[in-house]
Design a protein around this ligand. Sequence first.
Ligand SMILES: Cc1cc2nc3c(=O)[nH]c(=O)nc-3n(C[C@H](O)[C@H](O)[C@H](O)COP(=O)(O)O)c2cc1C
Length: 216
Amino acid sequence: MKTIVAINASPRAQWNTGTLVREAARGAEAEGAEIKLFNLYQLEKYTGCISCFGCKLAPNEGRCICKDGLAPVLEAIRTADGLIIGSPNYLGDVSAGFRALYERLIFQSLTYRTNPRSYNERKISVLFIMTSNTPKEFYAPTGYQSVLKGYQKSLEAFVGNTKLFIAGNTLQVKDYSRFNWTMFDPDAKKAHHDKVFPEEQKQVFALGAEMVRSPW
Ligand SMILES: Cc1cc2nc3c(=O)[nH]c(=O)nc-3n(C[C@H](O)[C@H](O)[C@H](O)COP(=O)(O)O)c2cc1C
């Protein structure tokens, strides 16, 4: 049986990012995979890389030795057949939780040699989901696209081939009338959420299924 690790890097477990991560995981599950789901903001305390270089010395080359809340997540990824990871767009980048995991995940595999560059020879399919207020079509002009491409490039080099899925124009809160947010049209937000978000759930479900059926 294949194992897929699904990670929600939003502090909100049940909102946009969490929903899409779970739907992608459900797609993988429908193809017979076992799912290991982690909500990064519900783990024990953790940090990003602490620069101890334990992962560069025998007997732990290629393995982060830091024993905190992220240790079980890194261990699960190590033996998984696929990785689904979702982050909200925070200030044009990933969330701090995502970034902490990303530092640990990528740096542990970096050999600091030209050949091979990566300790990790067991590549797996990765689905990287990002949700944001910004609509998908604005990712190129705002520069968000190049930020995402940077993450994609490193994930591909050290974890495995990576597909990006952007869900833009998300409903950020249930009740916009509580806030004086003149930038948003709450009715348009709600209409987009009701029409497009269910479609996006179907699309990530299909990608999760594909990850198991025909890994990329
Ligand atoms: C701290 C913070 C920073 C944000 N920065 C951006 C941003 O720079 N661009 C953007 O499009 N949306 C931004 N957003 C909106 C979220 O990316 C968006 O609402 C996302 O779908 C939230 O995911 P969630 O529902 O899973 O929590 C920000 C939200 C927060 C809380």
